[in-house]
Write a protein that binds this ligand. Structure first.
Ligand SMILES: *Cc1c(COP(=O)(O)O)cnc(C)c1O
Length: 423
């Protein structure tokens, strides 16, 4: 199968080198700035309007209810939006923009990443009739928790990525993977899982990669999930989720969304749409910084292990540069220290904020075993490599040398108090 994402793909070339040829497909950086904005000139505005309406005047109150009927079935409005839980033009512009970047025909936005995952599970169950799901660990702690609960009446089989085919049953409605995975940045070969799954749809949680680094739908994934709270929003001020998919899945997902009410507030849609324009620049810059920090950490005397896809050798290392353009802006590392010393590092940082979440313009660090993955049971923590001495760092847009100074000083203070360097 031809890989659509290559390091030399002009859509992704932000290095500025010009080899004399011009690709007719707009580069990702160009597409991101214009995505979902194609109707603005026609509207006579420059910035997308923020439409906060909860309801819309019925243009012809005596006419039929075609638009309402269409939307109740998960379709697009015919005419105006009718009611905010069914459709909002500001949110729809963000959805169109994200779909353009993922190379899918549609995307559907939700109130959070977890609302988006819940909707995918309900839609898959509805579509197929089966109640069985196959999931590959590690997944985001909340996803693991949801799949392990019986809230949705689904049964989950947890398998390794190479054992998906063996776990398929007639009632399997969905296969779920996350790559790079939280928090140790393990990769899963998307195309290989799609091949194993056969007719069964595959959902890829692509939150850590964003469409800048990877486009799972181009590799056969039916559903591409984002916690838009992270890189897509990018400024730590929107909670949202989104699913990029084809039109038939989008219809189902919109149906679930309007029934369950898991809609995204229009202001969130507005901010996400605005964030798309700078997404390639943000992700590119933060990813290069993350790789640099990962390499420096690797040479640090009290760092035991560093996790970043660009540091992989053998195994799935080839996926970086093929499936993914770059390993991304998140890294994790283990200190040569116990859990208490590891956690104490967080209090010595001055620039990097100890906080859950990731993908913000500023760098965030957290301790997965006690925070994001505390709901994951002990065996699954062990399986996912979530040890007490592990920290996850989401690299922001600060100068990389400033981040390194902050990190290095805090590590020394936490692990080797006698070797504290003062500046
Ligand atoms: C944060 C996150 C989620 C959940 O998203 P919310 O927006 O917090 O609901 C799901 N998957 C991954 C990989 C995440 O990082």
């Amino acid at each position: 199968m031809e890989m659509k994402i290559r390091l030399d793909d002009p859509r992704f070339d932000l290095s500025g080198t010009f080899d004399g040829t011009v690709d007719t497909a707009p580069a990702l950086a160009t597409a991101a700035v214009h995505a979902g904005r194609h109707d603005l000139r026609h509207l006579g505005v420059h910035a997308p309007p923020l439409d906060l309406s909860t309801t819309y005047p019925l243009l012809d109150p005596l006419a039929g209810t075609a638009s309402l009927d269409a939307m109740a079935a998960g379709g697009e409005p015919q005419g105006n939006s009718v009611y905010g839980r069914l459709h909002n033009p500001t949110v729809a512009r963000f959805e169109a923009g994200l779909a353009e970047l993922e190379g899918t025909s549609s995307s559907v936005a939700f109130a959070s990443g977890m609302a988006a995952l819940t909707a995918c599970l309900l839609a898959a169950k509805q579509r197929h009739g089966g109640h069985h799901v196959i999931a590959v660990r590690p997944l985001y702690g909340g996803s693991d928790h949801l799949l392990n609960s019986d809230l949705l009446g689904l049964e989950t089989s947890w398998v390794q990525a190479d054992a998906v085919a063996a776990a398929l049953r007639p009632e399997t409605a969905l296969v779920i993977i996350e790559t790079p995975a939280n928090p140790t940045l393990q990769l899963v070969d998307i195309a290989a899982v799609v091949r194993q799954a056969g007719e069964v749809p595959v959902l890829v949680d692509s939150t850590f990669a964003t469409p800048v680094l990877q486009q799972p739908a181009q590799l056969g994934a039916a559903l591409v999930l984002h916690s838009a709270t992270k890189f897509l929003g990018g400024h730590g001020d929107v909670l949202a989720g989104a699913v990029a998919c084809d039109a038939s899945w989008a219809t189902l997902l919109r149906q679930v969304r309007l029934i369950t009410g898991a809609i995204l507030h229009p202001l969130g849609g507005y901010l996400l749409h605005r964030g798309l324009a700078t997404l390639p620049m943000r992700v590119e810059r933060a990813s290069l910084s993350a790789e640099q920090l990962a390499r420096r950490l690797q040479g640090h005397p009290v760092v035991r292990k560093v996790f970043h896809p660009n540091l992989l050798t053998g195994g799935l290392a080839h996926l970086v540069g093929q499936q993914m353009r770059h390993g991304g802006a998140v890294l994790a590392f283990e200190l040569a220290a116990d859990e208490a010393a590891t956690r104490s590092l967080l209090q010595y940082l001055e620039l990097i904020t100890p906080a859950v979440s990731l993908g913000s313009v500023d760098s965030l660090i957290q301790h997965p075993a006690s925070l994001t993955h505390r709901v994951v049971d002990a065996a699954a923590q062990e399986e996912g490599g979530i040890h007490g001495n592990l920290l996850r760092l989401s690299v922001g847009l600060e100068a990389v040398d400033d981040l390194w100074l902050d990190l290095d000083r805090a590590i020394h203070r936490a692990v080797e108090p006698s070797r504290v360097l003062t500046r």
